[in-house]
Design a protein around this ligand. Structure first.
Ligand SMILES: [Mg+2]
Ligand SMILES: [Zn+2]
Length: 175
C-alpha cells in the first residue's frame, strides 16, 4: 500500500484572485505560491505519490477549453519538475459548479478513484486544501485533512501555507 498527499490546486499550489491573476485560464496565468516547489519536493521524499485534485468549473462555464486546462497542467508539472518536485497525477472536475455532477468536491469521487488506481493507504494519506470543500471531500474519502488558511472545523491541522504544513504532514504520517 502506498502513501499519498492529495493537493488542491488553486490557493494551494498557485495564486488565484491576486493582483496579477484572477483565474488561471492559460499557462501564463500560473504563478506558484511561495515555497511550493520546495514543499512538494520534501513530500516526494517521504510519500509515494503526490496528486492534484481540482475543481475547474471554468471549463463548464466556457472560460477555457479542456485542452487548455490540460496545457496548464502540463506546464505546472514541467515547471515543478525543473525544481525537482514531482506530481504523479492530476484529477479534475470540468463541470459547471451547479451541474450536480458526481466529481466536483466536496464529493470524494476524484480522490476515491486515485486511491483505487494507485492502491493508497488511507491511514497514511492527506488532503490539503484552502476551502472547506477540500477537507470535506478528503474526509468522505477516509483520509486526513490539512487546511491552509485561518481555521476549519473538520481539519486535522491548520497552517498558513503548504511549505509551513509539510513537516507536520510527514511527522504525522510517521506516527
Ligand atoms: Mg483552492
Ligand atoms: Zn464534475
Amino acid at each position: 500500500m502506498n502513501k499519498a498527499v492529495f493537493l488542491d490546486r488553486d490557493g494551494v499550489i498557485n495564486e488565484v484572485l491576486t493582483d496579477r491573476v484572477k483565474f488561471v485560464n492559460r499557462p501564463s496565468d500560473l504563478y506558484f505560491l511561495p515555497g511550493v516547489p520546495e514543499a512538494i519536493k520534501k513530500l516526494n521524499a517521504f510519500f509515494d505519490y503526490i496528486f492534484v485534485v481540482t475543481n475547474q468549473g471554468g471549463v463548464g462555464l466556457g472560460f477555457m477549453k479542456e485542452s487548455q486546462l490540460n496545457k496548464i497542467h502540463d506546464h505546472m508539472i514541467a515547471e515543478l519538475k525543473k525544481e525537482g518536485a514531482i506530481i504523479h497525477d492530476v484529477a479534475y472536475c470540468p463541470h459547471k459548479p451547479k451541474a450536480g455532477c458526481e466529481c466536483r468536491k466536496p464529493k470524494p469521487k476524484l480522490i476515491l478513484e486515485l486511491i483505487k488506481k494507485y492502491e493508497i493507504d488511507l491511514s497514511k494519506s492527506y488532503m490539503v486544501g484552502d476551502t472547506d470543500t477540500d477537507i470535506i471531500a478528503g474526509k468522505k474519502a477516509g483520509i486526513k485533512g490539512v487546511f491552509l488558511g485561518k481555521s476549519d472545523p473538520l481539519a486535522d491541522a491548520v497552517f498558513p501555507d503548504l511549505i509551513s504544513a509539510v513537516d507536520w504532514i510527514i511527522e504525522d504520517a510517521k506516527a
